[in-house]
Design a protein around this ligand. Structure first.
Ligand code: FES
Length: 350
């Protein structure tokens, strides 16, 4: 696009303007510097009543921010996590809305303060080297001091105090959220709901399983009986989930004398929680008796007590010793033979 400029004497520029070269290398042309538009005063600059109103609005926004922080903290305690989705959603929504209100009102108050009450002057600054001279740096410190002075933070104690109050309250939700880091897990990682005599039931119906119902080659997803009666069923299920597999005992490649009575006529029970990072190991290859974890393809061989034969997992799946009760239902003999799921530092000490 070609821009027409008024002609000017060669090598000169008009007062308040500059020179530009044409694209074809012709003589430079002058252009008029349009300058800054006339300064318009804000209402708060000329009307003390408007300034007072703006001050009240800023205070109200900072107070709103403090209220949002309090709401976030109250929501944290009011909506206890019960282990179900509804309580998690209520807690997350309450804390999130409180924090959002707190941050938004804090930002809006600061912007409103700057736009209505702080000095409204256009300032031109010359370019300079990146590191300023000592004089410039001293001048910068002076400017900062002037800025602090002009912001009126000393003259408007109500704004200053409400801002300090909002800022002081704002980190508190982060502090109380640290409470969720405790208490220490104790032995919850080493034990599951399985215990002597606990029946194996179908997931998710919870109906008990008779040994006679488990046909050769079949696989059941299993949970312990009474899971829906505990206080944190999802957490307990995440540890206690079991895969029940029936195969011909003659297919076993390993025979550990210590595990001779841990199965019922070739019905084996193994933890469904991958020992890599805890995905459910739910894919069973009936022909090879391999269990596959879909997350990173760790493969466990049931004929070798679920030893890892491929993938990043480092430990075999823990086995659940099982038996049959008087009514023919499958029951656990005890808890798993070792902690389920991914490894952790203290696992070997328990
Ligand atoms: Fe199973 Fe990674 S979680 S292989």
């Amino acid at each position: 696009m070609t821009v027409e400029h008024p002609p000017s004497p060669k090598g000169s520029s008009a007062a308040g303007g500059g020179t530009v070269s044409t694209r074809d290398g012709g003589p430079p042309q002058a252009f008029q510097n349009p300058g800054l538009p006339a300064h318009r005063h804000r209402m708060a600059d000329t009307d003390p009543t408007a300034a007072k109103r703006a001050e009240r609005q800023v205070v109200a926004l900072f107070a709103l921010s403090a209220l949002g922080t309090v709401i976030a903290m109250v929501a944290y305690f009011a909506f206890q996590l019960e282990g179900d989705l509804a309580s998690i959603q209520a807690s997350t929504l309450g804390i999130g809305l409180g924090m959002a209100l707190s941050l938004f009102a804090l930002g809006a108050g600061a912007v409103h303060w700057a736009k209505t009450l702080m000095p409204d002057a256009e300032v031109a600054e010359e370019r300079h080297a990146i590191r300023g001279s000592d004089e410039t740096r001293a001048a910068a410190v002076e400017i900062l001091g002037t800025g602090a002075e002009e912001s009126g933070i000393g003259r408007r104690p109500l704004i200053r105090n409400s801002l300090l109050g909002a800022l002081a309250l704002f980190p508190l939700p982060g502090v109380i959220l640290l409470r969720d880091l405790g208490p220490l897990p104790g032995d919850v990682l080493t034990h599951t709901l399985w215990d002597e005599g606990v029946r194996l039931t179908r997931d998710p119906t919870g109906t008990p399983i008779k040994a006679s119902e488990v046909t050769l080659g079949s696989v059941y997803h299993v949970i312990p009986e009474g899971l829906d009666e505990v206080s944190h069923p999802l957490e307990e299920k995440a540890k206690a989930a079991v895969l029940l597999i029936r195969m011909d005992r003659a297919d076993m490649q390993e025979n550990d004398p210590a595990r001779q009575d841990w199965d019922v006529d070739g019905i084996y029970a193994y933890s469904k929680i991958c020992t890599h990072v805890g995905c459910p190991v739910a894919l069973y290859e009936q022909q090879t008796h391999h269990l596959l974890c879909p997350c990173h393809q760790s493969t466990f061989d049931v004929t070798q007590y679920c030893k890892v034969i491929f993938g990043p997992a480092k430990r075999a799946l823990p086995q659940l010793p099982i038996a049959v009760d008087d009514e023919g239902y499958l029951v656990a003999q005890s808890d798993f033979n070792e902690p389920v799921g991914p490894s952790y530092w203290e696992r070997g000490e328990r």
